[in-house]
Design a protein around this ligand. Sequence first.
Ligand SMILES: [Zn+2]
Length: 309
Amino acid sequence: DLETLGMLIRERTVADDGAEAEAGANLGDEARAALLRCHAILAERFPLAHAAMRVDAINDFSLLYEWEGTDDGLEPVVLVAHLDVVPVSAEQASQWSQPPFGGVVEAGEVWGRGALDVKGRVVSHLAAVEALLAAGTAAPRRTVYLAYGHDEEVGGYEGAASIAAELERRLGGRRVAALLDEGGAVTKGAIPGMGSLEVALVGTAEKGYVCISLKAESKGGHAAWPPLDGTPVTAVSRALAAVHAKQPAPRLTQPVAGMLERASALVAEPYRTIFANLHVFGALLARVFGWKGEKANALVRTTQAGTRF
Ligand SMILES: [Zn+2]
């Protein structure tokens, strides 16, 4: 349903934690109004789905759909996406071949911010439900939840967190059979030895992260006669360089080792033998991945990145 996706893209549901965001808010008034228009578009474009499912706006701007299953003994599944998108700066906008919020549909493709991340998923879910209902499926056996946050790109504190609390309340301690989020991509070359084979990552674990801000101060001065040991900019640069120079040791964690063992049947030698015998080669392989490329490196160690100055 490309036209519906185009309509959603034209709604600027921009979540911005940068300077343009309102003080204390992840989403400006314009984004909030756009989110509500997205709700209306979905209701209008998927009438069967909206009649068959319970729909609730969570914390006003997120959406939780519940499609009740016929078999109470089965644990439900949760399909997750989000309605917000990351900003487009004026500088970036000039590099787009189509306007980022134009939602242009051309030659069977939709262009715009959020087409991939991740309004396309929202439309896919609801179009699937609509098609099933139109084809005569009254209800699934397993209850299906569709959960769409509205501030995922800036942490999900208002949206995902509220949806999680609501799901916990409704499920009353029951587990879910599966939760499918946007996850990784279908890639080529992320796993050494796999050649041109396309690989889809099934996420079974997620790395944690911590954000640290470094701050330096000085008593001030003049650029024409600067302090002998540099300015606060020099101090922060030195600290960043020192942190970068001290990389944590590479190691194979259980989820990565499990993935490589499964992949062993698909890769060329020598990786085939190595992946199938990680009890022998694991430590060596972790070191090789450490310099093989940025994605392989991220599989085997805690990484660090200076992102703003
Ligand atoms: Zn996303």
